[in-house]
Design a protein around this ligand. Structure first.
Ligand code: MF3
Ligand code: CO
Length: 245
């Protein structure tokens, strides 16, 4: 889909709300805090900004954000888990404003964390940056995944394949998907007005995943720690524009 200027303006508004949720949550992250209290922070920002949640009720999802500590890769459900000093916690959130969606995720440290975990977070964020830099008119979409995979492999990480990024607009998940690896073909040719959620997930160990019986929580098969960074990004004539700021 190619978005008109007025549609991109609405997506910028949704993106701003998502960024505000993430920054409010970041300010609340400390040892002793439950993940469900972070969900409440997100609900309050949505309410204050007159925005709706795109996560709550999505295929029956029971919360407003996903909170994924340590070896949880994605889709952790906020609950009674208490953040511990030395944990990392991935927070994924979204918002709908005037019918348009934003989606973003960050992995945060809880108090002081090991150098190994700081490196995991830095490199996963760097992978999002290099993936983003491929989103330019006339390039091909799957260059994003090629660039992300290169960063993850060079660092020795497991690059998760089972869960991928996606186009986004009037729905959270639109076609086409945005793999975090080279899928063997270049994919669509990019044009101004296309918008994608790019979301690398890297594991310190292998890339294999296991879904828990709650139907949502996805963990690393080998128990290794995992990080996830995501932004909603538009292709423009002036290069990639991050909307979730
Ligand atoms: N934000 C996730 C994504 O990046 C979707 C979360 S699934 C939900 O695609 F059910 F929690 F919404
Ligand atoms: Co997403």
């Amino acid at each position: 889909m190619i978005r008109r200027k007025d549609e991109l303006d609405r997506m910028r508004k949704a993106g701003h709300v998502v960024a505000e949720i993430l920054s409010e949550i970041e300010a609340h992250i400390k040892p002793g805090v439950t993940t469900k209290s972070l969900d409440k922070v997100a609900r309050e920002v949505l309410e204050k900004r007159g925005a709706r949640s795109n996560f709550l009720g999505y295929r029956g999802y029971p919360a407003t954000i996903c909170t994924s500590p340590n070896d949880v890769i994605v889709h952790g459900i906020p609950g009674s888990y208490v953040l511990q000093e030395g944990d990392i916690i991935s927070v994924d959130c979204g918002a709908i404003v005037e019918g348009y969606h934003g989606d973003a995720a960050r992995t945060f440290p809880v108090g002081g964390v090991s150098d190994e975990l700081m490196r995991l977070m830095q490199i996963t964020r760097e992978a999002l940056e290099v993936g983003k830099s491929q989103l330019r008119p006339r390039r091909h979409l799957n260059e994003v995944g090629r660039a992300i995979e290169r960063v993850g492999k060079r660092a020795g990480y497991g690059v998760v394949r089972k869960y991928v990024g996606h186009a986004i607009g009037t729905a959270m998940h639109e076609e086409p998907q945005v793999p975090n690896y080279w899928p063997g073909k270049p994919g669509i040719k990019l044009a101004p007005g296309m918008v994608f959620a790019v979301e690398p997930m890297f594991n310190i160990g292998g890339r294999e995943t296991v879904q828990l019986d709650d139907g949502w929580t996805v963990i690393t098969k080998d128990g290794s720690m995992s990080a996830h960074f995501e932004d909603t990004i538009a292709v423009t004539d002036n290069g990639p524009e991050v909307l979730t700021v």
